[in-house]
Design a binder for this molecule. Structure first.
Ligand code: FES
Length: 510
């Protein structure tokens, strides 16, 4: 089971950028080289601002490289929920922002002649169960209210019977990394700078000094375009955002291309679409979302996805080529946070919480942030109030808010279990376990050579206990979704510091 790279990573060539060094100044420092960061930086550089992107790993190596890459304003059945929660006018603002984001992607592709497999297609939400038909009808009513084109369908191009579907025509998909890598070239031509392997350690929010592992950068404006804002104070983002993991697979299907892009109603989530490139057609199939840190072994999920493929697409005989997972940030009210980090930090901005609908939302965020900084007028600025991070309305989302709090407590209680010291011997090669010793909780991993490594099992973000993810071989935090590799280094934030390492003298000394 190859889980190292997504299909997007395997089928694109990443550009190379140097690591940041020295003591420099700029107009805008953008932290994070994914779709949000690179798009925002491009817009700002095109306006003549000295813009510097700092990426901790490789450009596009985070969520951008793992997405289904559906460019659509159809975000499952959100619009009926939004109308109930925030009203028709605000829902219209959400739709407007995403429509403008969609147009920006089209415009950038056209203006820069970007070859990224861009294809127009219809987006569907389907159901196999009669009992869900009313949800599809309600979404259609919501679209009618918002004057958005859509239709209900008894049938679609899925090769298995359905009870009904809700369709939005003229949507699209693309190859997210081919698009992103091409955008870096547009950015570079506009004199924007990109630095990779440039890990931001701290940000002085008042003075605008960004401390990077290779030096310091003085910025008039700072944009946190990381999936989860690692600066979570002020603003209490650590209790306002949680992270979800989801899964995707790719199978080569030389003689078959599924028309349309699909997601089902309810749980488990199934998402599917085809992607065509020079090598032929590929079926992308996945879903099975869950909160980060709540699934210790992801292998059974991939087995379920393979079973779905077998049942729904029995004529596809090819084995699955690639399996991968991704992580997305979700806010309490399921609306992105785009704007100032806090009232006390007027020059620090964030964009996060796309709730797994990151293509159009990230483009919308880029436009909002770019125009906020340049203070130029743009129709998207009519929507910015909706996304203001200053809002804090746990009302409708109180259940989820409490769920988050309860989560941390539950995990602390679990780690209170006494685990016999001898258990360390039971840790098999390639496995990790949290054990207790001398009042500490220790994350112990045994590598394929049998060597042990041990870390403080508390997440360096806000000290929640970690769990071992067998499939990904990572230490995952159930509180806000940070992940660490088996060397203790951060894979994804909000944590920025690696795990504290323990030295093992002998197994009995641990
Ligand atoms: Fe916040 Fe771990 S991610 S405590």
């Amino acid at each position: 089971m190859n889980q190292s790279f997504s299909y997007w990573m395997e089928t694109s060539t990443p550009p190379e950028f140097p690591a940041y060094q020295g003591d420099q100044s700029c107009d805008v420092a953008v932290i994070g080289g994914g779709l949000t960061g690179i798009t925002t930086a491009t817009l700002l550089a095109q306006k003549g601002l000295r813009t510097v992107v700092l990426e901790a790993n490789k450009v596009g190596s985070g969520t951008t490289s793992k997405t289904t890459a559906k460019i659509t304003i159809q975000h499952s059945l959100k619009y009926q929920q939004y109308i109930r929660g925030i009203g028709t006018e605000n829902t219209a603002m959400y739709a407007k922002a995403n429509l403008i984001g969609f147009e920006l992607i089209q415009q950038l592709i056209k203006e820069n002649n970007i070859d990224c497999d861009y294809t127009t297609d219809t987006a569907y939400v389907y159901t196999l169960e009669e009992k869900h038909l009313n949800k599809l009808e309600n979404e259609k009513k919501a679209y009618d209210k918002l004057k958005l084109e859509s239709y209900l369908a008894d049938q679609c191009k899925l090769p298995f019977p359905i009870s009904g579907a809700f369709a939005v025509p003229k949507q699209a998909y693309f190859h997210p990394l081919k698009y992103l890598y091409a955008l870096t070239e547009v950015l570079r031509k506009s004199k924007g700078e990109i630095y990779e392997h440039s890990h931001v350690k701290t940000v002085d929010k008042e003075s605008g000094v960004v401390h990077v592992n290779g030096g310091t950068l003085h910025a008039k404006h700072i944009i946190l375009a990381t999936n989860y804002p690692f600066l979570d104070m002020p603003g209490y983002y650590f209790i306002r955002i949680f992270q979800m993991r989801s899964y995707l697979t790719q199978t080569q299907t030389p003689d078959y291309a599924l028309q349309g892009m699909y997601i089902n109603v309810g749980n488990p989530v199934h998402t599917m679409r085809s992607h065509g490139d020079a090598t032929g057609n590929h079926l992308l199939l996945g879903g099975y979302n869950h909160k980060t840190g709540h699934q210790k072994n992801e292998k059974p999920i991939y087995e379920k996805i393979d079973l779905v493929k077998q049942n729904y697409f029995p004529f596809i005989k090819n084995p699955t080529n690639r399996y991968w997972s991704t992580q997305d940030s979700v806010t309490l009210d399921h609306l992105p946070y785009i704007g100032r980090l806090s009232a006390q930090t007027p020059n620090v901005f964030i964009a996060t919480g796309y709730d797994k609908w990151g293509m159009t939302n990230s483009a919308a965020a880029a436009l909002i942030l770019a125009h906020e900084i340049t203070t130029e007028k743009h129709p998207i600025m009519e929507t910015k109030g909706l996304f203001s991070p200053a809002r804090f309305t746990p009302g409708a989302a109180a259940k989820e808010f409490l769920f988050l709090g309860a989560d941390a407590v539950k995990e602390y209680t679990l780690t209170g279990l006494t685990i016999p010291k001898g258990d360390i011997d039971k840790i098999r090669k390639g496995e990790g376990k949290v054990i207790r010793s001398d009042g500490q909780i220790i994350a112990v991993y045994r590598d394929e050579n049998g060597d042990l490594s041990a870390f403080d099992a508390h997440c360096t973000h806000r000290m929640c206990p970690l769990t071992f993810n067998k499939t990904e071989k990572s230490w995952d935090c159930p509180c806000h979704g940070s992940r660490f590799d088996v060397n203790g280094d951060v894979i994804s934030g909000p944590a920025v510091e690696p795990l504290k390492k323990y030295t093992i003298k002998s197994q009995d000394d641990v």
